[in-house]
Design a protein around this ligand. Structure first.
Ligand SMILES: NC(=O)c1ccc[n+]([C@@H]2O[C@H](COP(=O)([O-])OP(=O)(O)OC[C@H]3O[C@@H](n4cnc5c(N)ncnc54)[C@H](O)[C@@H]3O)[C@@H](O)[C@H]2O)c1
Length: 385
């Protein structure tokens, strides 16, 4: 079993420095026995080829490829109910982690292997039971795919279980470990655009599904607004306008079971957010973060800080400055998230994506469904009970 080593980094780190500093917090002698539940492509794909065979690197896109890049992680087992997924996992990763075992039942795996870290990579609506089982069988760190849960009830169960057990939980809202998204938050906090007032996001394409990909957008609203959401007005895509107030998806495969949506969210600190996210649009992601002095924009054209200065806007056109930003880190995405989880396990600090924060995303998702069900009326967002 791994031993925890207290570290000098006690606070959340991703607001103040790129994640290369996480490695400084790790005790390199520690090895964490790790297991995955759910072995699909996002869990188990091999790393993409490097851009250059000698100098290039590729950001690991899957859980296993991210874990393979972290010496402190030893993957001992994986579980999937699909035999083909288990076979692929052994085929791709058996050479990297000798003695790697596969299971078709996660209870059996958790009982036999007693992993230190468990990654939950099951379909969207099947995270709660394996996560609670991982806590029950003694995991010390859990990396859970998004969304945390598809009902508030389940999200509350997870938050309560994590708090009472002291287990570190990190929810994979991957943009929380991507340089542009983190840098945007840092710029806001340093006053680059004045006080953040408006957040406008656009998510498009056939997989603009509320519980599947919109959940990343809702998380970004929480990440940037940094306050409790108070109320929501929403409209679901016309084909699913009678969706109701409980999840009816199939885990994230079929878009016809999970609605696109437009919604407006009001936060307690005055920040207002609008998300345009219907499916009959291009598969695009645009982020605009707007204050009185400037705007941070992130889209297919890159990442920009645009500032507007004027002595008197009534009489003089503002001087507009466009600064192109390109923050780079040595690690990002899931690999950085796993390092964040390990640092949280070692220090007792929160991860950059704790369950309490992911629960806020579930609460907004629920309010979106309820607004639609009540004829697009404003709906209060449920706070932690
Ligand atoms: N963070 C990201 O950017 C990102 C990207 C893609 C997917 N995801 C998330 O990853 C998760 C998995 O997505 P997916 O597209 O691979 O889903 P999927 O439904 O294709 O695959 C999930 C895997 O879990 C297995 N499974 C189902 N029930 C199981 C059980 N009881 N025990 C063990 N295995 C079980 C399935 O056989 C399958 O191999 C979802 O929550 C999804 O939202 C996140």
């Amino acid at each position: 079993m791994a031993s925890a080593t207290p570290s000098i980094h006690a606070g959340p780190i991703f607001d103040i420095a790129p994640p290369s500093c996480v490695s400084d917090t790790l005790d390199e002698r520690v090895s964490y026995r790790t297991a995955l539940i759910g072995l699909s492509w996002i869990a188990a794909d091999p790393a993409a080829p490097a851009s250059d065979p000698v100098l290039g690197t590729a950001v690991p896109g899957s859980h296993a490829s991210a874990m393979a890049a972290i010496p402190e992680i030893e993957v001992v087992a994986g579980c999937d109910i699909a035999p083909a997924a288990r076979d692929r996992f052994i085929q791709h990763w058996g050479g990297r982690w000798h003695g790697l075992r596969v299971y078709d039942d996660y209870h059996t795996m958790l009982e036999r292997e007693r992993p230190d870290i468990v990654a939950i990579v099951t379909p969207d609506h099947l995270h709660t039971s394996p996560l609670l089982a991982a806590i029950e069988f003694g995991a010390r760190g859990i990396f859970c795919e998004k969304p945390l849960a598809t009902s508030l009830d389940e999200a509350d169960q997870i938050v309560a279980a994590a708090a009472s057990s002291g287990v570190a939980v990190c929810v994979d809202y991957t943009r929380r470990w991507m340089p542009e998204f983190v840098e945007a938050r840092r710029r806001i906090r340093s006053g680059a655009i004045g006080r953040l007032s408006q957040i406008i996001l656009q998510l498009g394409g056939p997989r603009a599904m509320l519980f599947r990909n919109h959940t990343h957008m809702i998380d970004l609203l929480n990440y940037y607004a940094d306050a409790d959401a108070e109320w929501v007005v929403a409209e679901l895509e016309p084909d699913l306008s009678d969706y109701g107030t409980t999840y009816r998806g199939d885990g994230g495969a079929d878009p016809s079971t999970d609605p696109g949506a437009n919604y407006y969210v009001a936060f307690a600190n005055g920040v207002r957010a609008y998300v345009s996210g219907m499916k009959d649009t291009v598969p695009d992601l645009r982020v605009d973060l707007i204050g009185a002095r400037g705007r941070l924009s992130l889209d297919a054209e890159g990442f920009r800080l645009i500032t507007f200065e004027s002595e008197d806007v009534r009489t003089t056109p503002p001087v507009t400055r466009i600064q192109r930003l390109s923050p780079t880190w040595t690690v990002s995405g899931i690999q950085a998230a796993m390092l964040d989880l390990i640092a949280a396990m070692q220090t007792g600090r929160e991860t950059a994506s704790p369950p309490e924060s992911a629960r806020r995303t579930v609460a907004i998702t629920q309010a979106i469904l309820e607004s639609q069900a009540r004829g697009n009326a404003p709906v209060r967002v449920a706070r932690v009970p």
